[in-house]
Design a protein around this ligand. Structure first.
Ligand SMILES: Nc1ncnc2c1ncn2[C@@H]1O[C@H](COP(=O)(O)OP(=O)(O)O)[C@@H](O)[C@H]1O
Ligand SMILES: O=C(OP(=O)(O)O)[C@H](O)COP(=O)(O)O
Length: 456
């Protein structure tokens, strides 16, 4: 508690001390608190990637950025927000699919209800397959209204609807210049968005850039995972095989035990046992072979013994799904879709022992195809919660959404419990574990380089 003095000198109150998330940060990181924001238009990149089929599934990732928004506005800044929603860019066909389901509208509606201020989404020309190629000058009228405080903020369309977001050439360069031209300052509060795209990385070349308050808190909490109490157990599952398989090789070296689930586990099992699972491509199996070889030596991967096989991905149809056992896996055997881990897997003595004795547990894991096959994840969350001594870290958009919807009681208790920490990004934490340093993330390195370039 510290005394509060009025500028005239008299003691007129007291302030309440709080945790300082910035205390643990690399001093080279430029902080939002140090930015001059008075009358500045601030381009704020957030990770509000919480929309499924046009609806906000879990407000958490939005709520944790409100402090940054308030801080900017309170200090005289004017907000232009931007986030990606889902993955509308198809890397194979190099086309962007624009669907109302992936628009920012649901996020904007939520923010307007919560903050009681008006956000405007600029209307920009969309090309079929190529997305939005230019931010045309009509946006200047909106920026005038923003500066004049006629509107509360501007919310740009889904960043992945812009051709330049994931492009590497001229389209990206033009997009970045146009984007930077809208604002005076750039703030990155999108911890979950670790991929180096135009709005998370390249834009820092053109504007004074700072880390937001959510970004700072998340980066400082990764420290505990980098020097974990042992045994350290990580559980990695879900569908983003392409971006998560890479970090696993390094993470494998840092954990004491690793549990896989979802598409990742299907691919691993295919590589290890020579089986064929519907939906698992041969090229993907190749990537998992390294992990299989690594584990032959160190035996850190704990296999979940019972899985759920389904004839279809469309639902949980009576008579069309069944439990299978890895004991029956033989080279050449084929299986339909493997869509979940059977909850009984978490009752096996080896699993119970590992989950019960771990001192640090990191979970980026939706074990089954949602929303139909939730049973494996439901059981996993219960078993993890029953370990009361471990420090538990959950991370990932879908991981948190699923945790909240399956176990609202545990989830809400976790938000306030010193034994839990919920990260907004799962892939980002995997990247940090891979790098061994939160300040080694490309998006964070870009902020540091920006500060260095301005202080020359
Ligand atoms: N076996 C499976 N087959 C297909 N999809 C799966 C399977 N297991 C999990 N998923 C899907 O994975 C998604 C979550 O994966 P991901 O985005 O990688 O997680 P997070 O956002 O928590 O990092 C969920 O939408 C779920 O439906
Ligand atoms: O949901 C996200 O990451 P996560 O699923 O790893 O938590 C982030 O919004 C990043 O999305 P991306 O993995 O499509 O870049």
């Amino acid at each position: 508690m510290a005394s509060y003095y009025h500028t005239s000198g008299g003691k007129v109150g007291y302030s309440v001390d709080d945790v300082d998330d910035a205390a643990d940060l690399d001093p080279r990181l430029p902080l939002l608190q140090d930015a001059d924001l008075k009358d500045k238009v601030v381009l704020l990149r957030v990770d509000h990637n919480v929309v499924k089929k046009g609806k906000v599934m879990d407000e958490y990732r939005i709520d944790v950025t409100l402090a940054t928004m308030y801080n900017i506005v309170e200090r005289g800044g004017r907000l232009i927000l931007m986030t990606h929603i889902n993955r509308p860019f198809d890397k194979k066909t190099k086309t962007i699919t624009i669907s109302k389901d992936d628009s920012v509208d649901a996020v904007v509606a939520y923010l307007q209800r919560k903050l009681r201020i008006k956000f405007v989404v600029p209307q920009l020309h969309i090309y079929e397959k190529e997305g939005i190629l230019d931010i045309d000058t009509s946006i200047n009228l909106l920026i005038q209204d923003l500066r004049a405080r006629k509107i509360g903020g501007i919310y740009l369309p889904n960043t992945r609807w812009f051709g330049g977001e994931e492009d590497k050439g001229e389209t990206r360069d033009r997009f970045v210049v146009q984007l930077a031209g809208l604002a005076d300052v750039y703030v990155n509060d999108a911890f979950g968005s670790w991929q180096s795209h135009a709005t998370t990385y390249h834009v820092t070349k053109y504007l004074p850039s700072f880390a937001g308050l959510c970004m700072q808190a998340e980066l400082s909490h990764t420290r505990a995972l980098l020097s974990p109490k042992r045994p350290f157990l990580a559980i990695v599952a879900g569908s983003k095989y392409d971006t998560k398989i890479g970090p696993l090789t390094e993470i494998y070296k840092k954990v004491d035990k690793l549990i896989l689930g979802g598409v990742m586990y299907n691919t691993y099992l295919s590589a290890k046992y020579g089986i064929k699972i519907a939906g698992v491509e041969d090229s993907e199996i190749e990537l998992a072979r390294g992990l299989v070889e690594q584990d032959k030596v160190e035996s850190k991967i704990l296999e979940l013994p019972y899985l759920v096989e389904s004839d279809t991905l469309t639902g949980r149809l009576e008579g069309h799904y069944r439990t299978i056992s890895i004991k029956d896996f033989e080279p050449g055997k084929t299986f339909k879709y493997v869509v979940d881990v059977d909850p009984s897997s978490f009752e096996s003595p080896a699993l119970l022992e590992a989950l019960g004795s771990a001192k640090t547990i990191f979970v980026n894991a939706v074990m089954g195809l949602m929303p139909h096959f939730w049973q494996g994840t439901g059981k996993m969350d219960e078993v993890i919660d029953s370990n009361r001594t471990a420090q538990k870290f959950f991370g990932g958009g879908d991981t948190l959404q699923t945790f909240k919807s399956l176990h609202p009681g545990i989830y809400h208790a976790a938000l306030d419990s010193p034994k839990y920490y919920l990260f907004t990004g799962g892939g980002t934490v995997l990247k940090v574990l891979e790098e061994g340093d939160p300040f080694g993330l490309d998006t964070v390195k870009a902020l540091i380089a920006n500060k260095e370039s301005y202080s020359k």
